[in-house]
Design a protein around this ligand. Sequence first.
Ligand code: COA
Length: 361
Amino acid sequence: MKTSRITGWGKCMPPNVLSNHDLEQIVDTSDEWITTRTGIKERRISHVETSDLAAVAGLRALAAAGKKPEDVDLLLLATCTGDSLIPSTASVVQKKIGANACAAMDLNAACSGFVYGLVVGTNMIRGGTSKTVLLIGAEKLHYVTDFTDRTTCVLFGDGAGAVVLEASDGEDGLLASDLGLDGSVYDILQTPVDGSMGDRISPDPRKSGIKMEGQEVFRRAVTMMGESSVTSLQRAGLHLDDVDLLIPHQANVRIIDATARRLGLPEHKVFVNIHSYGNTSAATIPVALTEALEEGRVQPGSTLLFAAFGGGLSWGSAVYRWGDRTEPLGESDVTLPEPDRTTMELLQANFDFFGLPEKLS
Ligand SMILES: CC(C)(COP(=O)(O)OP(=O)(O)OC[C@H]1O[C@@H](n2cnc3c(N)ncnc32)[C@H](O)[C@@H]1OP(=O)(O)O)[C@@H](O)C(=O)NCCC(=O)NCCS
C-alpha cells in the first residue's frame, strides 16, 4: 500500500441563494464591483447547521464509493465554522450519518482544511490506522459574516463537500503534497473573539465577525499557492505540463487567475465555480472536485493539482493521479429539509447581532 485514493465524492449546497443584486439592497455595493473584483455572482445561505450540510455531503460521498456509514473508521471534518466547540462537530456528524464508533475529529486549517485533511487521512491509511476515511469540508460562514462590512460580506457562502479515501496500491491516488502556515501574520484574517478570548458577558459584535486585510491576504495567497504547488509537483517528480486540471480554493477569481498565470497553466486547465457559491472555505475544493467529475473535466488517469490558502495564514497543495472510475457507484437519496425561511429572514439574526446594514436602517 503506497497511498490513498478517492473512491467517492459528493456535495451539499443549501438552497437559499443570496445574489449580488440582493446584496445591492443591503450594502453600498454593486453587481458590477463584486463580479469584476471577485468573480462571484451569488452564494448560498444555510437554513441548517454545519453538521447537517456535512452529513448530507458525507452520505452522498459514501454512496458514490459504494460504502455504508458503518464502514467508516475515521471521520475528518475540515471546518472553521462548526456547530460548537465541544463536542467537535465531527461527533454530531458521526451520529447524524450513523457511523458507529469510528474515530472522528474536527480539523481547522481554515480554507486550507480540505488539503490538510487529504494529507492527514492519507497518512492514517498509510500508517495502517484507518481503512476507510470520510473527509468532509463543511462551512456555515454566514454565521460569522458581518453584513455591515461590505469589504467582507460579499465574499463568503455556505456549503459542504466530501470524499471517501481508501488505500491504493497502484499508481493512482495522492502522489505528493505540501502543507505550511505563517503564524506571524495570523491576524490578517480572523474572527478575533470567537474562542476563549471572547467576552462571555457581552460578546462584542465588532470583534465577532470576519476581519481581513484583503490586499495582504490576496498577495500572500497568490505567492503561497504558486510556491506550494511547485513544491508538491517536484516531490511527485512531475512538471507543470503534466497537470491536467488545477482545482484551487475558490476565494477570488483574480487570485485563481494570478496563480494559474504564475504557474503557466492555461484557462482550460483550471476549474472555477466561484460565481455560483463564493468562498465556502474548507468546502470549496471537494465541491469543485465533485462538479469537475460531473462535468467530465476529470478523466481516467488525470493528474489533478489541488491548491489552497486560508486563515493562519495556512496553505497546502496536493498532486493527485485519478484512477479508472469517474462515475459514482451509487447515489444517496438523502436531502436537506426544505427551508422554512427566505434568505433575508435567515440573515435577520446577523442583522440583530452585528447591526442593521446601512441600506436597511
Ligand atoms: C477583498 C478584495 C475582494 C478587495 O478587492 P480589491 O481590489 O483589493 O479592493 P480594495 O480593497 O483595494 O478596495 C477598492 C475600493 O473598493 C471599495 N470596496 C470594498 N468592498 C466593496 C464592495 N463590496 N462594493 C463596492 N466597493 C467596495 C473599497 O472601499 C475601496 O474604495 P476606496 O478606493 O474608495 O477606498 C480582495 O482584496 C480579495 O479578494 N482579497 C483576498 C480575500 C480572501 O480571499 N479572503 C479569504 C481568504 S481564504
